[in-house]
Design a protein around this ligand. Structure first.
Ligand code: OXD
Ligand code: MN
Length: 596
């Protein structure tokens, strides 16, 4: 119980509906966490990893039907369908609540209902917001404790203030005496990840995995936060935040939006290959940005941990991520080695004989099957990242100098180009496209438009969201202090091979961006914006890179872009009258530059 009457009442109401055997208010302490972990080990849900190799770390395998976000079971339940827009699944809020209330009735029988107060963002920050999640999943509790600031201290900050109510159940009540399964959840067609934007509520049912169940992340910090941000004049974005220091010791912060599993975590904590440069990580997935008193846009990372994709994370690709999960980490759906450690494809070592795969069978490397699920994850505390920025918990946030958009595009899109204005930058964000990956259930390798990398994460009509971005530019206290906008593509290919080495060498592109923010760095005007002059990106010491190859990496082919226009027309047509006139004008200008 707390002093907050609304919270007490809300918990009492949901206790009556869900009928748990017990209610536990989480204090967020070490002892509580250990008790929950011990009970999961005792029930067979968790495996404690080898204390010498991976101190205080735990291993989980999910149900094979519950391995990623389920976009076709994710709903925005605004009163009017039009307000959810063409990119979201919509359902009437009254009807959805009726369906779900039936499901929630008695759904926690035989289980404990945990009540978790949590803060998205440093406690007490003006940019932060508080939520309270109830859940019947102890796995969710231990993950939320890493991913958010969770526990009694949040109640102190909350006082009698407002919170975002988040309801979660795995949807698997137990009959008296019924033995629990290792990963309880409901069948896929009974999973519901629902959002009520008008009342800022989240109701999730049937899944225990990632963004479906850790409701602070995608549901709150993106879908509901986009709604709050629009109401209050700020930005809630699917962006990493990094600090970039040049050899003179000068520092700038960059925010970057890429669709899921496009290497955001890798970029957020990369180790530069160019001497004297340093990258430090503020966040790897979400940024909340508000204007500061000086007129600049300031960003916080609302999260406190990394929920990173494990496969292909190695000491070569992302040493800082691997070191972040050296202890105190939860691993889900990776391989489990005979000596009680973890393994995944691309970790940089051979798979030890006898390793158990994510389906709990001995892995046979000759079988052609993967050992770790492609969307297997580590949940690691952000403070454990060796490259964590000293200001990552600064309640005031960090000032953003540049915003990057990007995706996985084997053709057409050059390594980097720069917007000609704020509205042109919004246009770039609105046409982000990428090949799909394993972070979401569905076909992999299809190019889809993913505006602002927010396609599955915008809590209202995406056309209105574009309009909100335009209005941020219009209402900026000082337009000259707005971040510069760039579009990057690390994934351009020739004959099936990547043209650009990526990973740490992306620091070469970051260094160019740093210079551009200072008005330096030579550019060439093209139909899509400013592209670096042939020698503006430092390729010194880059094996296999030649000026000819670099020209291909940076090439802007008008014919390819003319083909892209048809796709953009089709994409924009979806938004009808919700498409801001400023973006229609940007598209028109682009067509004119292309001569069509
Ligand atoms: C994530 C995602 O898990 O974007 O971060 O899917
Ligand atoms: Mn993400």
């Amino acid at each position: 119980m707390t002093k907050n009457q609304k919270l007490n009442q809300w918990v009492a109401e949901w206790t009556a509906i869900c009928q748990p055997d017990r209610v536990h208010w989480c204090d967020g302490s070490e002892e509580e966490n250990q008790q929950i972990l011990d009970s999961m080990v005792a029930s067979g849900m968790a495996v404690k990893l080898n204390e010498e190799k991976r101190p205080n770390s735990y291993y989980f395998q999910s149900d094979p039907s519950d391995v990623a976000r389920v976009e076709n079971r994710t709903f925005i339940c605004s009163k009017k369908e039009e307000d959810a827009g063409p990119t979201n699944h919509w359902e009437d809020p009254v009807k959805m609540k009726e369906i779900l209330l039936q499901k929630y009735t008695g759904c926690m029988k035989g289980r404990t209902m945990y009540v978790m107060p949590f803060s998205m963002g440093p406690l007490g920050s003006k940019i932060a917001h508080i939520g309270v999640q109830i859940t019947d999943s102890p796995y969710v509790v231990v993950n939320m404790r890493i991913m958010t600031r969770m526990g009694s201290k949040v109640l102190d900050v909350l006082g009698d203030g407002d919170f975002v109510p988040c309801i979660h159940s795995v949807g698997a009540p137990l009959k008296p005496g019924q033995k629990d399964v290792k990963w309880p959840c409901a069948p896929i067609e009974e999973k519901f990840i629902t959002h009520f934007p008008e009342t800022h509520e989240i109701w999730s049912y049937g899944s225990g995995y990632g963004g479906n169940a850790l409701l602070g992340k995608k549901c709150f910090a993106l879908r509901i936060a986009t709604v709050m941000a629009r109401e209050q004049g700020w930005l809630a974005e699917h962006m990493l935040i990094l600090g970039l220091t040049n050899p003179k010791g000068e520092k700038k912060y960059v925010a970057a939006a890429f669709p899921s599993a496009c290497g955001k975590t890798n970029l957020a904590m990369l180790v530069p290959t160019i001497p004297g440069w340093k990258v430090e990580c503020v966040g790897d997935d979400i940024a909340w940005m508000k204007f500061g008193a000086d007129g600049r846009l300031y960003a916080i990372n609302p999260e406190a941990g990394f929920f990173g994709v494990a496969p292909y994370t190695s000491m070569q690709t992302n040493p800082n991520a691997l070191l972040s999960c050296r202890a105190n980490t939860i691993f889900t759906n990776v391989g489990l080695t005979p000596d009680g450690d973890i393994w995944w494809e691309g970790i940089g070592t051979d798979c030890p004989a006898g390793t158990i795969n994510w389906k709990n069978q001995v892995h046979d490397p000759a079988s052609g099957e993967v050992c770790a699920h492609p969307n297997s994850r580590f949940t690691a505390p952000a403070y454990q990242c060796p490259a964590i920025d000293k200001d990552w918990e600064n309640p005031a946030g960090v000032p953003i100098s540049a915003i990057l958009f990007g995706g996985r595009r084997p053709s057409t899109v050059p390594l980097i180009h720069e917007a000609m204005s704020w509205n042109h930058g919004v246009f770039m964000g609105s046409i982000v496209s990428s090949e799909t990956t394993a972070a979401v259930i569905g076909q992999v390798g299809i190019v889809r438009r993913d505006p602002f990398a927010m396609l599955p994460f915008c809590g209202y009509n995406m056309g209105d969201y574009f309009g909100h971005w335009i209005s941020i530019g219009k209402n900026a206290p000082d337009p000259t202090k707005l971040p510069k906008v760039f579009y990057v593509n690390w994934f351009r290919k020739e004959n099936g091979k990547f043209l650009w080495p990526g990973y740490g060498d992306n620091s070469r592109v970051l260094a160019y961006i740093f210079d551009r923010c200072d008005g330096k760095g030579e550019t060439v005007d093209t139909v899509i914006g400013k592209v670096p002059a042939p020698s503006a990106i430092n390729i010194e010491g880059l094996k296999d890179m030649t000026p000819e190859k670099m020209a291909k990496v940076l090439n802007v082919d008008k014919e390819e872009w003319k083909k892209e226009i048809a796709l953009i027309d089709e994409h924009y047509a979806r938004f009808g009258s919700h498409l801001p006139k400023e973006l229609a004008a940007e598209l028109q200008g682009f067509k004119q530059r292309l001569g069509i």
